[in-house]
Design a protein around this ligand. Sequence first.
Ligand SMILES: Cc1cc2nc3c(=O)[nH]c(=O)nc-3n(C[C@H](O)[C@H](O)[C@H](O)COP(=O)(O)OP(=O)(O)OC[C@H]3O[C@@H](n4cnc5c(N)ncnc54)[C@H](O)[C@@H]3O)c2cc1C
Length: 180
Amino acid sequence: MSMAYIILGNGVAGTEAARNIRKIDPSAEIMIFTQDHYPLYFRPRIPDLLAKEVTAEQIFVYKTEWYYKNKIQLYLNCIVKSIDQKNQTIVLTDGSHFSYSKLLLATGSTGFVPSIDGINTTRDIFTLQTIEDGRITGAIFLGDIKNAYEIGKLMEKKADVSSYKEKILESDFDIKNLLK
Ligand SMILES: Cc1cc2nc3c(=O)[nH]c(=O)nc-3n(C[C@H](O)[C@H](O)[C@H](O)COP(=O)(O)OP(=O)(O)OC[C@H]3O[C@@H](n4cnc5c(N)ncnc54)[C@H](O)[C@@H]3O)c2cc1C
């Protein structure tokens, strides 16, 4: 009977694990589940996305064809809610479940926002970990001044850029549009 590998997380760890499992087990069923909206992309290039130097597609590591060619099923937009170890299944937030022979957790990390007196952590602090973060932060920082180099210059001078963020946050800023 062929193995069914489930990998949680489509970051570099999960995706490269899938690539190597495929090398040693050509007949295995390989499924990657991720809450991400995109296939693996280069996180170090998210700042370039913020600066609008690249599009999201340009920072993809593997395109859809690669997953197809390697028979790796990529389940995007799926949040894994729990793992039933006894029955060897994972359960998604929509209630659906999938069985595995082997399970790999490659769920990475999330940005840590330290609590600092005087800073409103829900409004003033942005983390930069995903394509959506890059788009939202880019729009908030750059939407008003329209030039990545401007913000760089302001930051070099340690200028206060919060007024730009305030302006955008208080306007009819369409965050949903950026998530498309
Ligand atoms: C802007 C930026 C620049 C960087 N630059 C460098 C660099 O120059 N050099 C360097 O070595 N590293 C760099 N890093 C760090 C590097 O990108 C990370 O170390 C790497 O992404 C970790 O990969 P990972 O696969 O372990 O986890 P991640 O990339 O964090 O992937 C984890 C995946 O798990 C998914 N996930 C988590 N929980 C669930 C759940 N419950 N259900 C479904 N899916 C879930 C997430 O959606 C995500 O897709 C940078 C990171 C960023 C953000």
